[in-house]
Design a protein around this ligand. Structure first.
Ligand SMILES: [Ca+2]
Length: 157
């Protein structure tokens, strides 16, 4: 994984903060909205459809850390809408919406009950995409996109 702050860690904390501030001002388009990372590589269980009308956030709050900065919408303001796999009650897609607009989308493509794509959107456009490409329950890649939909970073795990 790329870590551009590795030299900063060795400096005194005051200088590190100063360097971080200067970098924040000098680097256009890389504010806090671009910094989302999953807290864990272990992809989450899909919620049951019946959970979505209750407190769906608390049991999976770790997956919503940083979502406010990335999306511009606080997780507490989201409404969860689930979509079952055809002919079943197995959750295939959950959209965590602000009004009609999805802010976070979880998908389980292979119906094993574990999310394999997690997307965070800003104003309706995907800004982060976390993918478990081989369906082993571990995230393989995190992609970042800018507001034009252009891929700006790809981190493989
Ligand atoms: Ca899955």
């Amino acid at each position: 994984m790329k870590n551009t702050c590795s030299t900063g860690v060795k400096m005194s904390s005051g200088i590190t903060v100063l360097v971080a501030l200067v970098l924040a001002f000098l680097t256009p388009g890389t504010g806090s909205a671009q910094e989302w990372r999953p807290g864990t590589r272990q992809m989450p269980q899909m919620p049951e459809l019946s959970e979505l009308s209750g407190d769906w956030l608390s049991p999976r709050a770790v997956w919503f850390n940083g979502v406010a900065a990335a999306s511009g919408v606080s997780p507490e303001d989201l409404r969860a809408v689930g979509e079952p796999r055809r002919g079943t009650r197995i959750t295939q897609v959950v959209r965590f919406n602000s009004g009609p607009v999805p802010v976070v989308v979880w998908q389980d493509r292979n119906a094993d009950g574990v999310a394999d794509i997690i997307e965070i959107l800003r104003s309706g456009g995907v800004v982060f995409q976390l993918i478990d490409a081989d369906y082993d329950g571990q995230a393989n890649v995190l992609r970042s996109y800018n507001s034009s939909g252009k891929l700006t970073n790809e981190t493989r795990f």
